[in-house]
Design a protein around this ligand. Structure first.
Ligand code: PLP
Length: 443
């Protein structure tokens, strides 16, 4: 028996259509994870695998946190589900307040969703409905950014800017896109690149073309994650903020990756000193343990819905999910935020960020390396493409890493790292050494 399969039969493997996966290759050579603890997974063949991406940017506090498991099991035993509409349960209100305490001032009303993608859809719908409530119903256009990732639903795909995620799905919503901020003159920048604030001016061109009276919102990741860690150029976010302000356009930060510690703080908004009107979160909110997202809005947005809500028994926002504010997810989130605070993990993430930056930039002179970027406890390499096969080398390098006992993400022509906040510097060192070896083996 192939011990890589954890006892699974080929029929079982075939039955699961895996997401964002090369199913044919995977099912020929599966990478099955059977357990996790701290910074490590266990593979089906019994090897420890260092978790170089904290799950999918989800598990910064490390795996198998007993306090989260305990909170979940207590919640399950007490209240396993409560209707999300028209009735409430205590933990959602406690969690909402807790989240607002971590947000920049003014972002103090929280709408719960099931995932990052749902948070994105919710934020886009709130933005459109908000302008209608303000009597500006023509403001419907949504603006994203090239190389942006905003999940997989139609709204998110429409504002998203990764071509491969859009190509086979037919027409999306009508949107416009800002240019991405990946400039060749910024290659090998450490942290935020100096050049590129001017790229925010492209919003003025879009406004010229479509008129602000037709535009609802701009949505961007303050640090683009899925395209391969693109930190915002110095001054860029502030310039976008100013233009949005001047033209009455809502600014949405999609902080599904960046909220709750990845950048060494509760939010990217805080780190970059720019406050959006709406801020989306998910992933690290529950340490990845239970699906949950949250959209945090400025009080004025919430109040506008209430003021225009009609009789007080009427819905102000006809939107929500069966599992919005699920009691078990709320328990997981409250326990996660307790751990992040008690163990000082934002600070720990910020400290480790310097180490990751130092180590990752040591790879600069290896073959195949086109660019290296880092921001907080996130980093990425752009790999020079093999002729005609831009996706091949990152995949091959990531496979070598898996064989050496390291999980990292390969996506497009990039490799991405986001180690847990509880990593030790020796572990980051080990990860980068293995990466160097793997790159040399593939070159
Ligand atoms: N938005 C951003 C910025 C993300 O990085 C992601 C996922 O990586 C999403 C949205 C989608 O989140 P989910 O996969 O939970 O739907």
């Amino acid at each position: 028996m192939n011990d890589k399969l954890a006892g699974l039969t080929q029929t079982q493997l075939d039955a699961h259509w895996m997401p964002y996966t090369g199913n044919r290759q995977f099912k020929r050579d599966p990478r099955i994870i059977t357990a996790a603890d701290g910074c490590y997974y266990t593979s089906a063949d019994g090897r420890p695998i260092f978790d170089g991406l904290s799950g999918l940017w989800t598990c910064g506090a490390g795996h198998n946190r007993k306090d989260i498991a305990k909170a979940i099991s207590q919640q399950l035993a007490k209240l396993d589900y409560a209707p999300a509409f028209q009735f409430g349960h205590p933990s959602s209100f406690a969690l909402a307040e807790r989240i607002t305490q971590l947000m920049p001032e003014g972002l103090n009303r929280v709408f719960f969703t099931n995932s990052g993608s749902d948070a994105v859809e919710t934020s886009l719908k709130i933005a459109r409905a908000y302008w209608r409530k303000k009597g500006l119903a023509s403001k419907t256009k949504l603006i994203g950014r090239s190389k942006g990732y905003h999940g997989v639903n139609f709204g998110g795909v429409s504002v998203g800017g990764i071509g491969a995620n859009r190509a086979i799905f037919g027409p999306a919503l009508s949107t416009s896109h800002l240019p991405h901020t990946l400039l060749s003159e910024n290659r090998f920048s450490r942290g935020q690149p100096e050049c590129g604030a001017h790229l925010a001016e492209a919003l003025l061109d879009i406004i010229d073309l479509h008129d602000a009276s037709n535009i609802a919102a701009v949505i961007i990741e303050p640090m683009a994650g899925s395209a391969g860690v693109l930190p915002p150029p110095e001054g860029y976010l502030q310039r976008l903020r100013d233009i949005c302000e001047q033209h009455q356009i809502l600014l949405i930060f999609d902080e599904v990756i960046t909220a709750f510690g990845r950048l060494g703080s509760a939010t990217g908004a805080e780190i970059f000193g720019v406050v959006p009107d709406i801020l989306n979160t998910a992933k690290q909110l529950t340490n990845g343990v239970i699906p949950m997202g949250a959209v945090v809005v400025q009080q004025e947005i919430y109040e506008s819905f209430l003021q225009q809500g009609g009789p007080d028994y009427q819905l102000e926002l006809p939107h929500g999910y069966t599992y919005s504010a699920h009691p078990v997810a709320c328990a997981a989130a409250l326990a996660t935020l307790d751990i992040l605070e008690r163990d000082n993990l934002f600070k720990r993430s910020a400290e480790l960020a310097y180490i990751l930056e130092d180590y990752i930039h040591q790879l600069r002179n290896l073959p195949l390396i086109y660019d290296i970027r880092n921001c907080g406890l996130a980093a990425a390499l752009t790999i020079e493409s093999a002729p005609g096969e831009p996706l091949l080398r990152p995949f091959l390098i990531a496979l070598k890493m898996w064989d050496k006992g390291f999980y990292i993400r390969y996506s497009g022509n990039t490799l991405q790292l986001g180690v847990p906040f509880i990593s030790r510097s020796e572990e980051i060192d080990g990860l980068i050494n293995a990466l160097a070896e793997s790159i040399l083996e593939v070159a």
